[in-house]
Design a protein around this ligand. Structure first.
Ligand SMILES: [Zn+2]
Length: 356
């Protein structure tokens, strides 16, 4: 057992685990903000903007959320994003997410967004970034949540498209903490984006990429060695490659794992078969995240509670996951220390040793 845990964890019973999981402070590092659009908000924004939807009502849209793989999800995801046109739409979408995040005791969030999905529809880059950034600023004021933005390139498009997207975003560089790579993984290896990632590194942007969700371990190697990312989004396929597992453990490269997403997109047949526990027990710096919570049936605490119930993980794993989420985040060391101290306090409060 290589878990980085807290002395109080051993005194916290499995019975009290759901309460601990919900209460403990945590960071979310893998949330596509367009994937937080609930069907109700999609219909409200469609009405506000006069956009016609291919679904009769909220229930018809929700019924379409029966996915067989990543692509079947992406088709509906991009249709849902079509209702986003104005700055206030992006603000409202992110603000709705922060309400859910606050309920789940998420104290820091790094939001992915897909500008190419919007600029291709004629929405200006400034409209997208201004709306999301204003919601991040207000999240601190309203909920005490610190938040930042990670611009993601769509990997099913060309690297030339990504370079154009980057140029459009440069005037708003100060509102971005980093860049990522998402959308359909298979057939779109990391090497395709070597130049644009190198350019972003020169600009001082933090680098992450989706790799090893459906794609092979070779995509994770390439994300590390060619794109030079600091975190791997998903990464669960690393388990097929012992040398890669060793590398990830030695470098303490964080994996932003999304269990309910993996379940809904059939990466694992059921949650009990998920390899998160094995990743943690092998010494990898794994975290739990919600990915596209409106589409995959759960926000942060749903992911925590359901995954722990299915895999039998204990309070030691809970501490490790929450601590990893802070250590892998793109905040400064003082903020990390403050968050870890609040996590330690939460575990100390749960410690019932000697109490009768
Ligand atoms: Zn994702």
């Amino acid at each position: 057992m290589i878990l980085n845990t807290h002395p109080a964890a051993k005194n916290i019973s499995q019975q009290r685990l759901p309460e601990l999981l919900k209460t403990m402070p945590k960071a979310e590092l893998h949330i596509h903000i367009e994937g937080s659009l609930e069907p109700e908000l999609i219909f409200a924004l469609a009405k506000r903007n006069g956009v016609a939807l291919a679904y009769a009502d909220v229930e018809a849209l929700r019924r379409a959320y029966a996915f067989t793989d990543l692509q079947s999800f992406l088709d509906i995801y991009y249709a849902g994003a079509s209702v986003l046109l104005k700055e206030e739409d992006f603000y409202d979408m992110a603000s709705a997410y922060f309400v859910k995040a606050a309920e789940d005791n998420v104290v820091h969030a790094e939001l992915f967004f897909d500008p190419q999905t919007h600029t291709a529809r004629g929405v200006a880059m400034q409209t997208v970034i201004d709306g999301l950034h204003r919601a991040c600023v207000d999240a601190q004021k309203i909920h005490g949540i610190s938040a930042s933005l990670i611009l993601c390139f769509l990997r099913h498009l060309s690297e030339e498209d990504a370079l154009v997207c980057l140029e459009q975003a440069l005037p708003f560089r100060d509102k971005l903490v980093g860049i990522g790579l998402d959308s359909g993984e298979l057939g779109n290896p990391p090497e395709k984006f070597e130049r644009v990632f190198a350019r972003c590194a020169q600009l001082g942007l933090r680098l992450v990429a989706h790799a090893g969700e459906e794609g092979p371990p070779a995509y994770i190697w390439a994300a590390l060695d060619v794109l030079k990312v600091e975190r791997i989004d998903h990464g669960v396929q690393a388990i097929k490659d012992p040398a890669l597992m060793q590398r990830l453990a030695e470098q303490r490269t964080a994996l932003t794992v999304c269990p309910l997403s993996n379940l809904k997109l059939c990466v694992f047949p059921d949650l009990a078969s998920h390899n998160l526990r094995e990743l943690l027990d092998t010494g990898l710096m794994a975290t739990i995240n919600s990915d596209d919570p409106a589409y995959f049936g759960g926000y942060m605490n749903d992911n925590f509670v359901q995954t722990f119930a299915a895999t039998g993980m204990h309070a030691g794993h809970a501490y490790s996951l929450a601590r990893n989420s802070f250590e892998a985040s793109f905040i400064d060391d003082a903020a990390k220390l403050k968050f870890v101290a609040s996590l330690d306090q939460c575990f100390a409060n749960f410690d019932t040793a000697g109490v009768n």
